[in-house]
Design a protein around this ligand. Structure first.
Ligand code: OOG
Ligand code: MG
Length: 256
């Protein structure tokens, strides 16, 4: 029997909106990866119907560090809406999350559409600007544990993202040092090279993968390349910063 997409979408939608933990869908339901992407699409439609706007896409598990941390071997993607945007230098309300984590990333702003399989160069040519970024991920599943189908259905844990100053893409981003700090103490150190060997590959992969589900990347979209290191658990009162060599930094605080 095929999965009840509508029912599963409502479960993840409610969990996302209310920041409540749920048990893994895969414990009680059987659904394929393709159905998981349909659950994701449907749950985002519910958010758009409630007034949110689509602003772009995020890639997940594009670095070994992330795959190892979560025990998942496949790249995944998710959708970004305006309500997930956290202002650079702003503060998040800890009570609006289940068990948030943060990871250092690089963000792209597109100047033209990207549709289907494209080369890394074609992807790069569609980039208007790049920025130091961080993603706040917050799996709605208890204990942050999931199968690849579960996490895809839950919009790949997307819950917030912070973007620093946009820079012209004239910089070689293949191997930029990245340091993520909690209260001035380095908690994750890495390189943009950890993202598929070159983060532009993540953009080309995003174009190919979203097309498999009938989506495209559009001019004006923000695309998050994926965590370069493992994610760190957030806690009340912490101040977070990600500095990326040549690009600058972005940061936010967590409410007490
Ligand atoms: C899934 C999201 C992965 C990334 O950058 O690798 C991701 C998760 O780890 O909960 O966003
Ligand atoms: Mg991420």
């Amino acid at each position: 029997m095929s999965a009840d997409i509508e029912k599963l979408a409502k479960i993840v939608y409610d969990a996302q909106i209310n920041a409540t933990a749920i048990s893994q869908l895969s414990e009680t339901e059987s659904f394929t990866l393709e159905e998981a992407y349909r659950v994701q699409a449907k749950s985002i439609d519910m958010r758009l119907d409630a007034g949110e706007h689509r602003v772009g896409m995020k890639m997940g598990f594009t670095s070994r560090a992330k795959m190892i941390q979560m025990g998942v071997d496949d790249m995944i993607w998710g959708r970004l809406t305006n309500s997930m945007l956290v202002e650079d230098g702003g503060e998040i309300d800890f009570s609006k999350y289940v068990h948030p984590r943060v990871e250092p990333e690089i963000a792209y702003l597109l100047k033209s559409d990207l549709e289907g399989p494209v080369s890394t160069m074609e992807a790069w040519n569609a980039v208007e600007a790049i920025a130091p970024a961080m993603e706040i991920i917050d799996s709605r599943y208890e204990n942050f544990k999931f199968t690849v189908e579960d996490v895809v259905a839950d919009n790949s844990s997307s819950s917030g993202f912070v973007i620093g100053q946009w820079c012209f893409p004239e910089i070689d981003i293949s191997n930029l040092g990245m340091v993520m700090e909690f209260d001035g103490r380095a908690v994750q150190i890495g390189s943009s090279a950890a993202i598929l060997g070159h983060p532009a590959r993540s953009l080309a992969t995003a174009s190919r993968m979203v097309a498999e589900d009938g989506e495209k990347l559009s001019a004006g979209d923000i695309v998050m390349a994926g965590g370069a290191t493992a994610a760190e658990a957030l806690y009340e009162g912490v101040s977070v910063r990600n500095s990326v060599e040549d690009l600058g930094f972005c940061g936010f605080g967590v409410s007490k």
